[in-house]
Design a protein around this ligand. Structure first.
Ligand code: 1JT
Length: 264
């Protein structure tokens, strides 16, 4: 059963949003969904394939008025259909949270120079290009509503993090996309930002070797001397979606206990 909803200000009452990338309760996408739903937002959840449907359906039950729908972001017809359904069900969109990334496990270890062309292309298609594809699809639904788009990144976009490899290149492309998209859609009063999250134990991270050791090293070095949680990422997402961030677009905000400011 779900915990009783914390009493937070319902600043997103009457607003609608779509969350792409929930896989399970630990997903950063779920942290974002919880924060937005607790603030009163009505949500649509997308899942990439039938294997994920049951889990997403179950989590969506915890969010009143929410819907779930299939959307493999590599299939333009599925993207089109998903946003058509959202338009019909919700009549418009105030927010979109893009929390999708993929790379083959063999590309997240060893030398970056061994990345295959196919592995490179796949990581970029799913993790970077998809933001542009779904932004284009969401635009007609956000017209005249001061929409906000949020995506998730990682420090590996800016620095060499051993083993992050092709995902670092894809996240750099994602963060550059955030800037170009922000410039494109800003004149329509739509904002686009990224959250660069510290590492968190999620399904994606479960395949990464020595992930636990990495979390411990980060907790020792970070100014706050700890790792971050999906709830903390979710609350920054709430800030970026809500009116308090109305002057912010095109940027990447770190939610990493301060780790990125350290030189050694
Ligand atoms: C993907 C995966 C994207 C893991 C990810 C990710 N963004 C952050 N992580 C966690 C992570 C992973 C590595 C790392 C540091 C953090 C898994 C595949 C799907 C895309 O390197 C030190 C490898």
């Amino acid at each position: 059963m779900s915990e009783p909803a914390p009493s937070v200000p319902r600043i997103l009452e009457g607003k609608t949003g779509v969350i792409l990338g929930v896989a399970n309760k630990r997903s950063l996408a779920w942290g974002c969904a919880r924060s937005l739903a607790d603030a009163g937002m009505k949500l649509a959840f997308t899942y990439a394939n039938e294997r994920l449907k049951a889990a997403v359906d179950k989590l969506a039950e915890e969010c009143p008025g929410s819907i779930t729908l299939p959307c493999d972001v590599t299939q333009s017809d599925e993207v089109k259909a998903a946003f058509e359904t959202i338009g019909n069900e919700f009549g418009g969109l105030d927010a979109m949270v893009h929390a999708i990334a993929f790379a083959r496990r063999e590309e997240l270890q060893g030398n970056f120079f061994d990345t295959s062309k196919e592995g490179y292309m796949l990581a970029h298609e799913v993790s970077a290009y998809s933001l542009t594809a779904v932004t284009r699809a969401a635009l007609p639904l956000m017209e005249g509503r001061e929409g906000s788009i949020v995506t998730l990144s990682y420090l590996g976009a800016d620095r060499v993090v051993p083993n992050y490899n092709v995902m670092g290149i894809a996240k750099a492309a994602l963060e550059a996309s955030v800037r170009y998209l922000a410039a494109d859609v800003g004149p329509r009063s739509i904002r686009v930002n990224a959250i660069s999250a510290g590492p968190i134990r999620t399904l994606s991270a479960s395949g990464v070797k020595d992930f636990g050791t990495m979390l411990d090293r980060i907790a020792e070095k970070a100014p706050l001397r700890r790792n971050v949680t999906a709830e903390e990422v979710g609350d920054t997402c709430l800030f970026l979606v809500g009116p308090h961030s109305r002057g912010i677009t095109g940027t990447t905000i770190f939610v990493d206990a301060g780790y990125h400011v350290m030189g050694l």
